[in-house]
Design a protein around this ligand. Structure first.
Ligand SMILES: *Cc1c(COP(=O)(O)O)cnc(C)c1O
Length: 393
């Protein structure tokens, strides 16, 4: 029996090494990785530039704590700000911590401004913000809160995409609105760009902070550095993580100087957050993502993938129902059970991830090439054809 706490229903499969879009077992079986560690290995496995950055930092200095200036943090924070709406950045180790930090910042902003009653955050159904006690309360999904009460108070959850309900939930205690521009775990559900623009207007009208959780869609997966850029608006606060470290645990929350005005010395911290190893990797991943043409290529490859998936759905209506998503964060809503589909695809050498609403997530590294998309399409087509044939028989 495994001594690992059994909180995951793990596949009986071990990998030994990775290269680009492929993972290999010790006995050399090859898998096309369209799970990417759940949208994490953004520049593929073992990217030489990122490996070099980690190795050379590892030979110099690992950790000093945030009691000292960390040059890699200064550099990465400056670059993130130059390439976003933000003025300041706090580095964390994970997405949940980034979301927690964003929530704390929003409350502190109002408190520092003399409105300590403004503590409540409006969130939406189907959201996912992590697995800490506060972030499960924020999302309010019973699948993750069951048995873990009492839940942290301070969240009002409204229907996804419903602006009337959202407006109706605003009170004098509301501090912020927090949404994912594309819901990931919730089933690859993109917000309409108009919805995002309206959220910006409502936040401005009521003096609320707008928080975007871009832990999954951010850092290039949408074909822009941050997903909200497609809507031509900006949040006041943003949480990022997953793709940011390409597999090294790192996250961050970013904010405007105004929104962050309560975050003074002593108000927030993390022992490991932004340590030299994480920053070396974060800067190296950003080097790759900001290479001229990289994001445009993500957009192009994603659009081609989308079209091929539309054809697939049209060809196998008894297996697949719909294509969803943005950029290289795509989902296939299944007619057949998604968990079983993920299993059959894995048996054929294609790794994917299930999500809510019976969706199979396709999250290749952002460096994926057309020929690997074609390879994935061939597997999807074959598995769907076999499935349709066996259920018709
Ligand atoms: C994965 C995810 C999180 C949580 O990130 P962890 O690193 O697992 O804590 C939060 N928000 C969104 C949108 C995510 O996809």
């Amino acid at each position: 029996m495994s001594a690992v706490m059994p909180t995951y229903a793990r596949a009986n499969l071990e990998f030994d090494r990775g290269e680009g879009c492929y993972l290999y077992t010790a006995d050399n079986r090859r898998f096309l990785d369209f799970a990417a560690g759940i949208a994490v290995t953004s520049v593929g496995h073992s990217h030489p530039h990122v490996v070099d950055a980690l190795k050379s930092q590892a030979e110099k200095l690992w950790h000093v704590s945030n009691l000292y200036t960390i040059p890699g943090q200064e550099k990465l924070a400056k670059r993130l700000c130059e390439n976003s709406f933000a003025d300041v950045v706090f580095f964390s180790n994970s997405g949940a911590e980034a979301c927690e930090g964003a929530i704390k910042l929003a409350r502190k902003y109002h408190s520092a401004d003399g409105r300590p009653e403004k503590t409540r955050i409006i969130t939406v159904k189907g959201a996912f913000h992590g697995r800490t006690t506060t972030t499960i309360a924020a999302a309010g999904n019973e699948k993750y809160t069951e048995g873990f009460g009492p839940l942290a108070p301070g969240f009002d959850t409204v229907a996804w995409g419903n602006l009337n309900e959202l407006r109706g939930a605003i009170t004098h205690e509301t501090a912020a609105i927090m949404v994912e521009p594309v819901q990931g775990e919730g089933g690859i559900r993109p917000a309409s760009l108009d919805y995002l623009r309206e959220l910006r207007k409502i936040a401005d009208e009521y003096g609320l902070l707008l928080i975007f959780d871009e832990v999954q869609i951010g850092f290039g997966r949408s074909g822009k550095l941050f997903g909200h850029e497609w809507a031509g608006i900006a949040p006041d606060v943003m949480a990022i993580a997953k793709g940011m470290g390409g597999g090294f645990p790192v996250g961050a929350f970013l904010a405007t100087a105004e929104a962050a005005k309560g975050m003074t010395a002593g108000t927030h911290g993390s022992t490991y957050g932004g340590n030299p190893l994480a920053m070396a990797v974060g800067n190296a991943v950003l080097d790759v993502v900001l290479e001229p043409g990289f994001l445009e290529r993500v957009d192009m490859v994603g659009r081609r993938f989308w079209k091929l998936l539309l054809d697939l759905v049209a060809k196998h209506p008894s297996v697949f129902e719909e294509v969803r998503g943005a950029g290289l964060m795509l989902g296939l809503k299944c007619v057949v059970p998604n968990g079983e589909m993920v299993g059959r695809l894995r048996e054929e050498g294609l790794l994917t991830v299930p999500a809510a609403e019976n969706v199979v997530r396709l999250l290749p590294p952002l460096t994926v090439e057309d020929r690997q998309i074609d390879e994935a399409m061939a597997i999807l087509d074959r598995v769907a054809a076999n499935w349709a044939a066996s259920s018709a028989a």
